[in-house]
Design a protein. Structure first.
Length: 395
């Protein structure tokens, strides 16, 4: 890439959000060159202090953003937010409508005050009967049937990542980009509302439409009717597991030849794909025995040469030793306020043959408050009052 890919350079985004959905939206736009100013309460975003599976949430999804402290319970903090929004192109938020209305930062109020501002509101639900409900990623997975489709019967399971939150943030960024393009022509902003529930609904749409077309509800994925002759996890001789797929006629023939399964290749009842699918009950145990006699590494090399879809059963931590992930540009390194670093995936696309590797560093709480607020015309006393410092000093 001859020049940095920063199509959003010069775009100012004010983000007032927590957890994952809103922050991921800001992160995606920041990767594309936007200036993202994260507004945090005086004590800092609570997501900063999570542990366990919550620990990576703040550093991962807030890379490359500026941090500004504002006490939005105070008039000074609210006034500073308005000064900031007057200079912004986009406002990202994911708080309850009622909370925003109390501080005069709801979409309708902002639209009147800043007609060119694009407001991206990340909510649990779009407008309708559920619009005031509290939602979480796991809640909407249960509501839409995604958890039902993931686990076996009687054991609904959430998927193994915050998929809805992240994808919801991506839809937020997608809609912001569309609104920015439109604003070039109209000069007017838009109020955008992105729904976590509706995002999850899109993830199960294929199962909904199968019911619509066939009149029967599909079973959970672990019990699904297979569309392929081989699409399974197998044990290998060295105690590992490997996923193998044979979804075309050529892959079926190549797999059977590799595993010396002439009895399957020559079986007159297994000459079409539908016959192979319908006979899975007797063919898969045969394939499983053949794979169980082979070493996983040897199989992987052979599958690679033959173009047979396969994968070892990996853990996320294994990605730090995966040669494809670790190629130049696959990961972006970010610095924490304490000087430590972490590596996280770059965005999953290339521009002129290169990936966007600038993940950005993580700022300490309020690190950019003075610089940013001074830039919108506040003096030292106003900045102290806006961030809640004047109150602390008086106490």
């Amino acid at each position: 890439m001859t020049e940095p890919f920063k199509p959003l350079e010069g775009i100012r985004i004010v983000e007032m959000s927590h957890m994952i959905m809103g922050p991921s939206c800001g992160m995606f736009l920041g990767f594309l060159g936007a200036e993202v100013i994260k507004v945090e309460p005086p004590e800092g975003d609570k997501t900063r202090y999570l542990s366990g599976m919550g620990r990576p949430m703040f550093p991962l999804f807030n890379r490359g953003k500026k941090s500004v402290q504002l006490d939005l319970a105070s008039e000074s903090g609210q006034a500073a937010l308005r000064k900031l929004l007057a200079t912004a192109d986009v406002f990202i938020e994911n708080f309850r409508d009622q909370s925003l209305a109390k501080m005069g930062a709801d979409g309708e109020t902002l639209r009147r005050e800043f007609p060119g501002l694009i407001v991206a509101s990340h909510k649990g639900f779009l407008r309708g009967p559920y619009q005031d409900r509290t939602a979480l990623d796991e809640v909407v997975q249960m509501m839409t049937g995604l958890a039902y489709m993931t686990g076996p019967s009687g054991r609904p399971l959430r998927v193994g990542s915050s998929a809805n939150d992240i994808m919801g943030g991506l839809f937020g960024a997608f809609s912001v980009l569309a609104a920015l393009l439109e604003r070039k022509e109209t000069g007017k902003g838009r109020n955008l509302r992105i729904g976590l529930f509706e995002n999850c609904l899109l993830l199960v749409a294929q199962h909904m439409v199968q019911f619509e077309l066939e009149g029967k509800s599909p079973p959970p994925m672990p019990e699904r009717d297979f569309s392929w002759p081989v699409y399974d996890i197998f044990d290998t001789s060295d105690g590992n597991q490997i996923f193998v797929g044979a979804v075309t006629e050529g892959q079926w023939v190549a797999l059977c030849k590799l595993l010396d399964l002439d009895e399957l290749l020559n079986d007159p009842q297994l000459q079409t794909r539908m016959q192979q699918i319908e006979a899975r009950g007797r063919t898969i145990p045969v394939v499983a025995r053949a794979i169980a006699a082979r070493d996983a590494g040897e199989l992987a090399r052979q599958f690679e040469d033959l173009g047979i879809p396969y994968s070892p059963i990996a853990k996320p931590a294994d990605m730090y030793s995966d040669p494809h992930v670790m190629r130049p540009g696959g990961l972006a390194t970010s610095h924490m306020p304490d000087g430590s670093t972490f590596r996280a995936p770059s965005l999953p696309f290339e521009v002129d043959g290169e990936m966007l590797t600038g993940g950005g560093d993580l700022q300490s709480v309020g690190q950019d408050t003075e610089t940013v607020l001074a830039g919108v015309g506040l003096d030292a006393a106003e900045i102290a009052a806006a961030r809640g410092k004047a109150k602390e000093q008086a106490a």
